[in-house]
Design a protein around this ligand. Structure first.
Ligand SMILES: *[C@@H]1O[C@H](CO)[C@@H](O)[C@H](O)[C@H]1NC(C)=O
Ligand SMILES: *[C@@H]1O[C@H](CO)[C@@H](O)[C@H](O)[C@H]1NC(C)=O
Ligand SMILES: *[C@@H]1O[C@H](CO)[C@@H](O)[C@H](O)[C@H]1NC(C)=O
Length: 694
């Protein structure tokens, strides 16, 4: 009995030693293990901890959140550090807004406060509602309704003979970047701008905490800066004591509006709209049926707005965690998400932060089982994204040379979860990998199908968006230095966006009651990263890129027809690019078909991978978009007048817009020049993929 027990004990010890020794398992074994390690409770715990207090960039609370991310990554055995920058951030000092009505109506003084809801466990102060980097000053003038504040909305007002000069433009949120709304209002001559949440777009019959809609007093806070990175250090990192441009030079850059503006709630917007006289606005400018008829103005109500802000050089902190690659430590697969929030940030952005910590936790489990990534994996938790992508831009600017030569891919998650429905955008060589990964993760809202199934059934195909907008931290990676990138999330727009109601209660009641959507985002995000880090040959397929370029060229054709312009040079380049994409795919197949060659010929593998990695860089141009722009990518960059937009060939379309206005032979030649430039970068990409010198 005793002996038998001892023998059994020995056997147990022997097997446990054997089991804990690193197993030479193939990467796919670890990738399956990664998917099986999902833990929604842990994600919920991280989110709850991160969102206890409002944590705007530069605040103590956000510094505490950075410390939490740092210590959590460290507890998962991931060596981590903090990279600080010193950046110009804006905070509100004073705000007021009054609507003066014709007598005998009394003036309305708006409180500009978001009400605390019944049962709010946080109930404390959040940052007063404001537009970051709005011009300090007062503006008074008749209210004029400008719909969504797009260029075409102001053009329609001009066509209808409505003079914005000296007026206060009243526009609603929702179609374009708020900075562009205010810029467009300023360009139309407005003295100030008020941007409201329209109940039609963000409100329901009932609202949070009963339902997921924006409460009447909820306000969408946000930045109106239209550039990227610290406005006082254009193109270089905001390190301590570095060179800076003056506030006057920032104003001259044209990237901050030169008129004051304020965001307001749907209740306040409703009161302003009900005061409006003048002609009835068009049908597509109207609000909800019960909102009363929207009129254009001007007046008779006069809006008097006053905004005073301060800009201070403030310390921000990126947290960087590193899992060193075993075979190619000098190749980086980068996961990024920001941490700073306008208020509590449960959806935006800490649903993403919680997912990043979940990916880190699962990779720690894998490491304990003997997994070592082939390439280095970086976890980047950015600061001050809300102000203008500042943490990521400063870091990319500081590390530009290293990243240009070593970054394999950048995988962004901003709002990880805001409701149901998989949503992804990427540079096209990542399409296939995203599809493959979506096929391996179950739909958190229907356990009998994969994310791929629900994604394709709701969109009629695996629809991947593109990264032409400047909506999040992928901007510096794709648009400044040309790193293949993806942006991943579940859910789309959501009504409490950037308001004080984006808190843990909202998330656990409406955004993701079981935290299974979070777990699914972590699964896809991590799986894509694991494939990029572990596959011997990088899982990039440039044929979809060629296809995408062809489609964009076809669209362009319609624009330049009958104008003595030609897109033939571009078509030629695309054809060469497509041939090169087919060729490198064949090389990949040949290598993969012969594992012994692949094993022995590390040089060849590395050479093919470098071509796959660098082809995206070739779409960037040293000069960038017109005027020495920071945006270097000629295929994907923000379109003028709408930072959220995502078109291809922004430089060409910019010149087309101009030429349509000016209609001189010179202006059309400028369009042709832009077509040539795009043709040349595509040719560069083709040469890079081929790996031949001419
Ligand atoms: C608009 O009004 C301003 C002043 O109120 C005036 O100077 C300007 O000429 C007007 N513009 C047009 C196009 O009527
Ligand atoms: C869940 O998926 C199954 C299998 O694809 C499908 O038949 C079913 O309609 C889906 N259920 C819902 C509620 O979408
Ligand atoms: C995690 O998911 C399980 C069901 O899969 C659920 O019972 C549990 O409540 C979830 N945890 C949280 C924090 O929502």
């Amino acid at each position: 009995m005793l002996i038998a027990a001892a023998a059994a004990g020995l056997i147990t010890i022997a097997t446990s030693i054997f089991l804990t020794l690193p197993q030479p398992q193939p990467p796919s074994f670890f990738h399956s293990l990664f998917l099986s390690q999902s833990d929604n409770d842990s994600i919920s715990h991280h989110l709850h901890t991160l969102t206890r207090r409002p944590h705007i960039a530069g605040s103590d609370a956000n510094s505490a959140a950075a410390a939490y991310v740092l210590s959590t990554l460290t507890s998962y055995s991931i060596p981590s550090h903090t990279t600080p920058y010193f950046t110009s951030l804006a905070y509100p000092l004073h705000r007021s807004l009054t609507l003066t009505l014709p007598p005998p109506l009394p003036p309305i003084e708006f409180s500009l406060r978001q009400e605390i809801y019944a049962g709010d466990p946080y109930a404390g102060e959040v940052t007063p509602t404001f537009h970051a980097y709005a011009k300090s000053g007062a503006a008074a003038g008749p209210a004029v309704y400008a719909n969504y504040g797009r260029a075409e909305d102001f053009a329609a007002l001009a066509a209808a003979g409505v003079n914005l000069s000296g007026a206060v433009a009243v526009a609603r949120y929702g179609k374009i970047y708020r900075g562009d709304i205010v810029m467009n209002a300023a360009a139309a001559g407005a003295a100030g701008a008020v941007v409201f949440t329209d109940r039609k777009d963000y409100g329901g019959e009932r609202w949070f905490p009963e339902e997921w809609w924006m409460p009447p007093s909820g306000v969408q806070v946000g930045s109106v800066y239209t550039g990227a990175g610290d406005p006082t250090t254009p193109g270089w990192p905001s390190t301590e004591g570095c060179e800076r441009v003056t506030e006057e030079e920032v104003e001259e850059s044209g990237e901050v509006p030169l008129i004051p503006s304020l965001p307001v709630s749907w209740a306040d917007g409703d009161a302003i709209m009900r005061s409006m006289g003048g002609p009835v606005a068009d049908e597509d400018w109207q609000g909800r049926k019960d909102a009363g008829v929207y009129r254009v103005g001007p007046g008779p109500g006069v809006l008097n707005l006053d905004y005073q802000g301060k800009q201070v050089i403030t310390k921000i902190e990126n947290v960087i965690g590193i899992i060193q690659g075993s075979e190619e430590p000098d190749r980086y697969v980068i996961l990024g998400n920001h941490r700073d929030a306008w208020t509590f940030g449960a959806a935006d952005p800490n649903s993403g932060t919680a997912c990043m910590l979940e990916v880190a936790r699962r990779m720690w489990k894998l490491q304990k089982k003997g997994w070592k990534p082939r390439r280095t994996i970086l976890f980047c938790n950015w600061d001050a994204e809300e102000y203008g992508l500042i943490g990521s831009v400063e870091w990319v600017e500081e590390n530009r040379q290293m990243l240009e030569s070593r970054a394999v891919a950048y995988l962004n998650v901003d709002v990880a979860v805001s409701g149901p429905g998989f949503d992804t955008s990427a540079t096209p060589q990542l399409d296939e990998l995203l599809v493959q990964s979506a096929k391996q993760v179950m739909d958190p809202d229907n356990s009998s199908q994969t994310i791929y199934d629900s994604w394709t059934s709701s969109t009629g195909g695996a629809k991947v968006g593109r990264l032409g907008g400047a909506g999040s931290d992928y901007s510096a990676f794709v648009q400044h230095i040309g790193v293949p990138s993806a942006d991943i999330g579940i859910g789309g727009g959501y009504p409490v966006y950037h308001s004080r109601y984006d808190d843990f209660v909202w998330m656990s009641k409406f955004g993701d009651p079981m935290f299974r959507r979070h777990a699914a985002v972590a699964s896809i995000w991590g799986l894509v990263a694991l494939r990029l880090a572990d596959d011997v040959i990088l899982p990039f397929n440039y044929i979809s890129y060629a296809h995408e370029l062809q489609v964009s060229a076809e669209e362009l054709k319609g624009q330049v027809l009958h104008r003595s312009l030609t897109i033939v040079p571009m078509i030629k380049s695309i054809n060469e690019f497509k041939k090169a994409a087919i060729q490198i795919n064949d090389e990949k197949k040949a290598l993969e078909g012969s594992w012994t060659t692949m094993w022995k010929d590390g040089q060849k593998v590395r050479e093919v991978n470098d071509r796959l990695m660098m082809a995206e860089r070739a779409f960037t141009d040293r000069e960038g978009l017109k005027g020495g722009s920071w945006y270097k990518h000629l295929i994907y960059a923000p379109a003028k007048h709408n930072g959220y937009g995502s078109t291809s060939f922004p430089g060409i379309y910019e010149e087309i817009e101009k030429a349509k206005r000016v209609n001189s032979s010179e202006s059309w030649r400028a369009v042709q020049h832009e077509i040539w430039r795009v043709a040349r970068v595509i040719k560069q990409a083709a040469l890079c993929l081929r790996g031949d010198l001419t």
